[in-house]
Design a protein around this ligand. Structure first.
Ligand SMILES: CC(C)(COP(=O)(O)OP(=O)(O)OC[C@H]1O[C@@H](n2cnc3c(N)ncnc32)[C@H](O)[C@@H]1O)[C@@H](O)C(=O)NCCC(=O)NCCS
Ligand SMILES: Nc1ncnc2c1ncn2[C@@H]1O[C@H](COP(=O)(O)OP(=O)(O)OP(=O)(O)O)[C@@H](O)[C@H]1O
Length: 201
């Protein structure tokens, strides 16, 4: 089974591209989705987050708005949050891999926003990075609700720069194109990876 790590800076199109893989039948592990579950009502991270950052959770789980205010731009706080969340995400990833290995899938995608930052890139077989120009990235991100230029810059400052990611990647997926064109490239990449791994289904 080939494990393809998929990553990219904020707003570069990682979730959109991960959906393209999933639509074409490739199992996708979505780290952000796991975090959403962990933060939801009764989620596994809620009690520890409340202990570390009092007042940031409630009956519907973690308030991302309040948690953002407590951690973004504060290195120590962000690190404490990561020490709570990342081991939980890793555990879910392990379960996903074991399940798909048993089912003998030839290719799986691990959609991990912080692939390099967390060292997860050392545990995958190949790396694909989604990338577009800084202008396109910025305009996509600032179009979101709950996003201001300062928050965008603070998040970006914590991420490995795009050029460095591209240099370390085996494949760069251009998301500055039309959705159709990017999807066609994803299809080509799947074909190439599956052909390389000729183990029986
Ligand atoms: C800081 C939080 C509350 C902000 O929530 P919000 O809903 O506003 O933003 P969202 O989660 O969509 O993230 C926006 C962008 O920031 C990036 N990002 C998230 N956490 C981090 C981090 N610890 N370091 C660098 N970039 C990060 C994401 O990849 C994305 O590109 C949230 O991102 C969080 O709890 N992060 C810690 C958990 C984590 O590291 N998640 C990343 C994947 S495991
Ligand atoms: N060719 C393309 N490939 C990917 N996304 C595109 C493309 N063209 C336009 N978009 C748009 O760009 C946006 C990318 O957002 P997306 O949520 O996928 O980014 P992300 O990298 O997952 O963000 P974050 O890291 O903040 O979670 C979407 O609204 C998507 O429709």
């Amino acid at each position: 089974m080939i494990m393809l790590g998929l990553t990219g800076g904020i707003g570069m199109g990682k979730s959109t591209v991960a959906d393209m893989f999933a639509r074409q039948g490739v199992p996708v592990f979505d780290a952000d989705k796991v975090v959403q579950q962990l933060y939801g009502p009764g989620g596994g991270a809620v009690p520890e987050i409340e202990r570390a950052f009092p007042g940031t959770t409630g009956p519907s789980g973690v308030s991302r708005e309040r948690l953002s205010r407590a951690v973004i731009g504060n290195q120590d706080a962000m690190q404490r949050l990561e020490m709570i969340v990342h081991p939980m995400v890793q555990q879910h990833r392990q379960q996903f891999l074991e399940q798909n290995d048993r089912q003998r899938h030839r290719l799986v995608v691990l959609d991990i926003p912080l692939l390099f930052e967390t060292g997860a890139h050392e545990h995958v077989d190949a790396i694909a990075v989604v990338s577009c120009s800084p202008d396109v990235q910025r305009s996509r991100v600032l179009a979101r609700t709950n996003m201001e230029p300062e928050k965008f810059e603070a998040i970006r400052a914590r991420q490995v720069p795009d050029a460095e990611k591209r240099a370390k990647a085996n494949y760069v997926i251009d998301t500055g194109l039309s959705l159709q064109e990017t999807e066609a490239r994803v299809a080509g990449l799947i074909q190439q990876l599956v052909q390389q791994n000729q183990t029986p289904m």
